[in-house]
Design a binder for this molecule. Structure first.
Ligand code: PLP
Length: 387
């Protein structure tokens, strides 16, 4: 909660974006002030800034086990996902793509656009009622098509389900498929290693791990050269035109460095908060459930808890009521038929649209006191009636 403040202010929407770490801001500041040169300029002002970009690239590459040349900077996760899909499908002339209805729109809408333009046939992997992917179905889909593009995320941003991207990678390799995984929600929260994963693309977005908004990167495995999404100058070795977001890139690398440095400690702290949330909600609210695998510590992202609340007159105003009590969270229940409003993920899972849904997503800055406060606000609406 905001310290020394009469009204509490609780932020539980860290899967949407995270607050900037002051250490990251410190690293960025010189590039907003004294080091203003254009990195493409060959004079001293430019060279200083170019060096900062290349250092950032080296830092990120080192952290994920890649070579610096395999890292390209983007404006964030959405652009990185678009680049991987458009780039590989068009450059390699792939005619088939596989994804799942649980993916983020950055992947889903991109592949649907390619399907609509007639460039690809699009298949969706089946999953069970908790959102666990059917990998035998993936194997089947890849076996019945020639070379495919596969995009399956590491962790779901709404329900937190973790997919086994090593197993998915093995299936893709067996069929010669190109494998892109949207790691936006796990980058900076888990230790990725591309040597172990052996996939083709991996992405990161700084604002999901206490870095700045508008800065991200894509890892493209060596040997795979795909056409750019943005044309113009020769920046990023012709992968992405346009003058680089220098302070964003510096902040991105610093944020990832801090995330890796403190990861074990933060994971333990945040998992503790999540466990507390689950236990308290079960204690205070009748028929509270958790969407997907959200309550399963082994199979879900430790930062995300997707809560399903019983049918109630409060459901429509759930987020509003939390907001007026100074708790920022996000939600969107399953859509009722004919409505576009709500969550495509909960709808695809077949969740009951009568139930309320709220996603609490936590960061290193949250406290146990904040968890208790948020549970109390929910309990005001849904408290168990004593027997
Ligand atoms: N993919 C996932 C899984 C996300 O959660 C998000 C952001 O919410 C994105 C992609 C888009 O990232 P960005 O906001 O950096 O464009």
């Amino acid at each position: 909660m905001t310290p020394n403040h009469a009204t509490p202010s609780v932020y539980f929407d860290n899967a949407a974006t995270t607050p900037l770490d002051p250490e990251v801001l410190d690293a960025m500041m010189p590039f907003l002030t004294e080091h203003f040169g254009n990195p493409s300029s060959i004079h001293g002002h430019g060279r200083k800034v170019r060096a900062a970009i290349e250092n950032a690239r080296k830092t990120i590459a080192h952290l994920i086990g890649a070579a610096p040349a395999e890292i390209s900077f983007t404006s964030g996760g959405t652009e990185a996902d678009n680049y991987a899909a458009f780039g590989s499908i068009r450059t390699l002339g792939l005619k088939h793509a596989v994804t799942s209805k649980l993916e983020h729109h950055a992947v889903l809408h991109t592949l649907e656009a390619l399907q609509k333009s007639g460039e690809i046939e699009l298949s969706f992997v089946r999953f069970d009622e908790q959102g666990k992917l059917d990998l035998e179905h993936l194997d089947e889909l890849l076996g019945t098509h020639t070379r495919s593009f596969v995009s399956l995320m590491h962790a779901n941003n709404e329900i937190g389900n973790l997919n086994d991207i090593e197993a998915i990678g093995r299936i893709c390799r067996a069929h010669g498929a190109i494998f892109h995984t949207d790691t936006v929600q796990t980058m900076g929260h888990y230790r990725h290693n591309v040597q172990q994963l052996q996939n083709h693309f991996l992405v990161g977005s700084a604002h999901k791990f206490h870095g700045p908004k508008g800065a991200g990167f894509i890892y493209t495995s060596a040997g795979l050269q795909v056409q750019p999404l943005i044309h113009g100058g020769a920046q990023e070795r012709n992968v992405r035109a346009g003058t680089e977001n220098v302070y964003g890139i510096v902040g991105l690398a610093k944020a990832l460095e801090i995330a890796y440095r403190d990861m074990d400690q933060h994971q333990q702290h945040i998992q503790g908060l999540k466990d507390r949330f689950i236990a308290k909600l079960r204690n205070e609210i009748d028929d509270v459930q958790f969407n997907g695998l959200s309550a399963d510590a082994e199979q879900s992202l430790y930062t995300v808890l997707s809560v399903s609340l019983p049918p109630s007159e409060f459901n429509e105003m759930l987020l509003f009521n939390l907001d007026i009590n100074h708790v920022s969270a996000s939600g969107g229940s399953a859509c009722t038929s004919g409505s576009n409003i709500g969550s495509h993920v909960l709808t695809a899972l077949g969740c009951d649209p009568q139930r309320g849904a709220v996603r609490f997503s936590m960061s290193k800055y949250n406290t146990a006191e904040e968890v208790d406060y948020a549970v109390e606000q929910l309990a005001k609406m849904y408290r168990k009636v004593p027997a």
